[in-house]
Design a protein around this ligand. Structure first.
Ligand code: SF4
Length: 298
């Protein structure tokens, strides 16, 4: 269903949405020595194409963090079950609408697996209606909650304590949970390392020409799939939940604020020095400038 991430709809909390705020992610404090690669790429410029992939990925992270600071997405102090519910509801809708649905569920006392499955489906649909596609999403929520009750005694912490591959597989086997949602839950609800790939990720790293094809982990000519993009990060960065949390949030922030699909703000972009597409965009006569699309870079 979501094998081709480039075609999916962007559905993440954005910098203009009221993202849940808590303590800054500890990724803010990550020394580069905790990350894979051959040393820190921080504060080194420019970054040549011959440098290892890990350093290039780290350079992007450090520049984004320097520009935007900690994003504090779904911090650990939140109710992990509510975070997972939000991850399921946020597909194809703005975070603002998800927040209304989450508030409805809390007000109805339905923010536990057992309470959620006890609701008549029509009532559940009504509560999550603000999140759009409410009939579909109500059934996905119910399937998730039912799985928790049937297999984990209704205790989300028991699910989230599974080793990451097992946790991810369990989520993917649950009705309506695809790869992006599963990784959202792994990273933001369970606090385990994975990497969330979405349309912002594909667009940015395509423009930077840091892709599974350019870095050699996928053959040219093949259609890149979610797993190809995810391996780009998982293979080159040390597994670290805080880094996964912060990096993805920064990518989304950058995609909303500057690296927009149309009319990207390349002139003041902290990644311009690393970005062939951005330099090409600025060099083109204004009248002929067009967005470099996801599909333009393989
Ligand atoms: S320079 Fe432009 S295209 Fe490149 S990352 Fe920045 S905003 Fe995106």
């Amino acid at each position: 269903m979501r094998s081709n991430v480039g075609s999916r709809i962007i559905t993440r909390p954005s910098s203009t949405d009221p993202i849940p705020v808590g303590q800054p992610s500890p990724a803010a404090e990550l020394p580069a020595s905790r990350l894979a690669g051959e040393g820190s790429a921080a504060n080194t410029t420019p970054l040549g194409r011959d440098l290892p992939a890990a350093q290039r990925l780290l350079e992007v992270y450090h520049r984004l963090f320097a520009a935007y600071g900690p994003q504090a997405w779904w911090p650990g102090g939140d109710d992990p079950f509510a975070v997972a519910v939000g991850a399921i509801l946020t597909q194809i809708v703005s975070w603002r609408n998800v927040e209304i649905a989450l508030a409805n569920l809390r007000a109805a006392g339905a923010m536990t697996p057992r309470a959620l499955i006890a609701l008549p489906i029509e009532e559940l649909e009504s509560l999550v209606r603000p999140a759009g596609y409410y009939t579909v999403k109500a059934r996905r929520l119910r399937a998730f909650a039912q799985m928790l009750v049937d297999e984990f005694s209704g205790d989300p912490s028991r699910l989230f304590a599974l080793p990451m591959p097992e946790l991810r597989a369990k989520l993917l086997a649950t009705h309506g949970i695809g790869e992006e949602t599963a990784d959202d839950i792994v990273v933001y609800a369970a606090g385990q390392p994975s990497f969330v790939v979405d349309a912002y990720t594909v667009r940015l790293f395509s423009r930077l020409e840091l892709t599974p094809k350019t870095l050699g982990s996928a053959s040219r000519g093949v259609v890149l799939r979610y797993g190809d993009w995810q391996r780009l990060f998982m293979d080159h960065l040390v597994p670290d939940a805080a880094l996964s949390n912060e990096y993805h949030a920064l990518i989304v922030r950058h995609g909303v604020v500057r690296c927009r699909k149309r009319d990207p703000r390349c002139g003041d972009c902290p990644l311009l020095e690393l970005c062939p597409a951005g330099r090409e965009h600025l060099a083109a006569p204004r009248a002929t400038r067009g967005p470099r699309t996801i599909e333009a870079v393989g």
